[in-house]
Design a protein around this ligand. Sequence first.
Ligand SMILES: Nc1ncnc2c1ncn2[C@@H]1O[C@H](COP(=O)(O)OP(=O)(O)O)[C@@H](O)[C@H]1O
Ligand SMILES: [Mg+2]
Length: 282
Amino acid sequence: MSADPTQRAAGPVLEVTDLEVHYGSRRRRRRALHGVSLSIAPGETVGIIGETGSGKSTLARAALGLVRASGGSIVVDGEEVAAYGHRQWRALRRRGVVQYVFQDPLRSLDPDVTIEASLAEPLLIQGVSPQEAATRVRAFLDRVRLSGDLLDRLPSELSGGQRQRVAVARALVTEPRLVILDEPVSALDSANRVQILQILKELRTEGVALVFISHDLGSVAGVADRIAVLYQGELVETGAAADVINQPQHVYTRLLVRSAPTLHGAAAGRAEREALRALLHA
Ligand SMILES: Nc1ncnc2c1ncn2[C@@H]1O[C@H](COP(=O)(O)OP(=O)(O)O)[C@@H](O)[C@H]1O
Ligand SMILES: [Mg+2]
């Protein structure tokens, strides 16, 4: 179904143009995103980085129809969706073009449903037979380093790292065109973080586009083809990952690069960070 290449549009899987998102009531509107434009090609991995409150999750939610755009355009797999209502978004999500993984896997996993049923559900929604779904779920486990013994457990009977691997498997088992991962490793310890990053790197080669959101440049650096930097609701820099890391253009990106401990072995000194912050807010 969704894996049939003849049914897939050739253009970007996601194209956001001049996106505006506001929160709050009409009288007390707060702007969360302003003039954001970003295009994601099939099979590409794009990292979106920025500090807490910069609008990363808002961008993810807008692309998933979980928050409404107040301006601009969002094209998913060739379809203009910015003005879609709940029912149209639901229909689009059911088609399985875009899947998602959140920071807390408990948000994407039903606590009363076994891991096996949770993994089969997106396939069943797409009309795959129960037998075929069971086969595909088992075939997918290796790719996310999960053992078959876990299938009859509940989410509460798994570790945090295992749960997040289940959430990644659930998002990818239908072979969607795009998976949006919002801080997928931020709640994990470093061993689990490394493992998920490795899994994402491997999955990256399989034709699924990934949008990998993180406040940590170090996590994104080894996985993303391109990196986009959000600062106070605006994209201040977008480029090939190596360029953004080695020749950051915007002062805020420079701050991120300097203060990413995993990129340099040690964090920049506190004085340096404060100096850069002062420069930014001058
Ligand atoms: N549901 C909401 N209602 C009101 N303001 C919100 C809501 N969600 C986020 N915001 C605000 O929008 C801005 C961007 O938030 P968010 O997209 O969550 O940033 P990030 O994911 O980068 O931390 C912040 O100022 C935040 O306080
Ligand atoms: Mg967030």
